[in-house]
Design a protein around this ligand. Structure first.
Ligand code: GUN
Length: 296
């Protein structure tokens, strides 16, 4: 079997083209969606993420500002900046790049963001609203996974989805999204994690496997059935002396092995990664609509 490759890169182009039209329509109504990004410190990976977010906004015509604060910024000053953006109607979305320096209480900062501007979907109000099936915003990576399944013709409805990993930003929310009694969801969901003795027992029964563990090769070909659909959320660096930079990126699943058995599989890179920023753009447009009472 030759597996269908679910390209997040291609799907992102499609979704971003749709968003660009939406932004233009909003601008005709006098509304320019705005996103405020706050970066504390100089973590190189965070700097790359933040730059990519800014570029994506620019391409879509979304107004964007990145505030970069020094690593020794006090919690009080950061909270004051969040508050300033909460009150500024030109910014519909606020994103505080994580991780924050150790002396700052991350949850205190996330709690301070107005839930109606919380385009990451990390505020407990949004986490709770997702649980009861009434979210303002879905968190970006899980939302991107759901879109990848739907737009590649792999509707999770009535399927057995096995999520491997229980993080607050991927595993728990994607399980929650897919079990809702809604279009594009309505799956039977199992979550496996480090406390699961025999993960293969569950993945072997899965129609769809979503791997989000942060470890290469957590899911291998012997652990899945023929015709499985696999979404690989992992981004892991493994040493590779043949590359100039000395490493290559791999996901959490054995792509080469599984692609012989799977009906569809997402690659790394070019899979879930590009979808995360695309969904952030989608949430920012949604935030602008919510602020102006426009239905999606
Ligand atoms: N750091 C790594 N990924 C993310 C993300 O999706 N949102 C935020 N705020 N910080 C991150």
């Amino acid at each position: 079997m030759t597996a269908q490759i679910i390209s997040g890169k291609e799907l992102s182009k499609e979704i971003r083209a749709e968003l660009k039209d939406e932004v233009e329509q909003l601008k005709e109504k006098g509304i320019t969606p705005g996103l405020a990004v706050i970066l504390v410190g100089e973590d190189p990976a965070s700097q790359v993420y933040v730059r990519n977010k800014a570029k994506a906004c620019e391409k879509l015509g979304i107004h964007e500002i990145t505030k970069t604060l020094p690593a020794d910024t006090s919690e009080e000053d950061l909270l004051a900046l969040v508050e300033k953006f909460n009150e500024d109607p030109t910014f519909h979305g606020i994103l505080v790049q994580l991780p924050l320096p150790k002396h700052i209480d991350e949850s205190k900062v996330l709690y301070a963001i107005d839930p109606l501007k919380d385009v990451d979907g990390f505020h407990p109000v949004n986490v709770g609203k997702l649980m009861i099936g009434d979210p303002y915003f879905l968190p970006c990576t899980p939302h991107g996974i759901q879109e990848m399944l739907l737009r590649s013709g792999n509707d999770p409805a009535r399927k057995h989805v096995v999520v491997v990993g229980r993080s607050n930003i991927v595993g728990k929310p994607i399980a929650n999204i897919l079990l809702q009694k809604k279009e594009g969801a309505n799956a039977t969901v199992t979550i496996c994690h480090t406390g699961t003795d025999d993960i293969a027992k569950y993945t072997k029964d899965a129609d769809i496997v979503i791997a989000a563990t942060g470890w290469p090769n957590t899911v291998t070909a012997d652990m899945v059935k023929d015709g499985v659909v696999v979404i690989d959320v992992g981004v892991n660096r493994v040493d590779d002396p043949s590359k100039e930079r000395g490493y290559r990126l791999v996901g959490d699943v054995d792509f080469e092995g599984i692609k012989e058995k799977a009906a569809a599989i997402s690659p790394v890179p070019g899979g879930v990664g590009p979808m995360t920023i695309t969904m952030l753009m989608k949430n920012t447009v949604r935030a602008a609509k919510l602020a102006h009472g426009i239905e999606d």
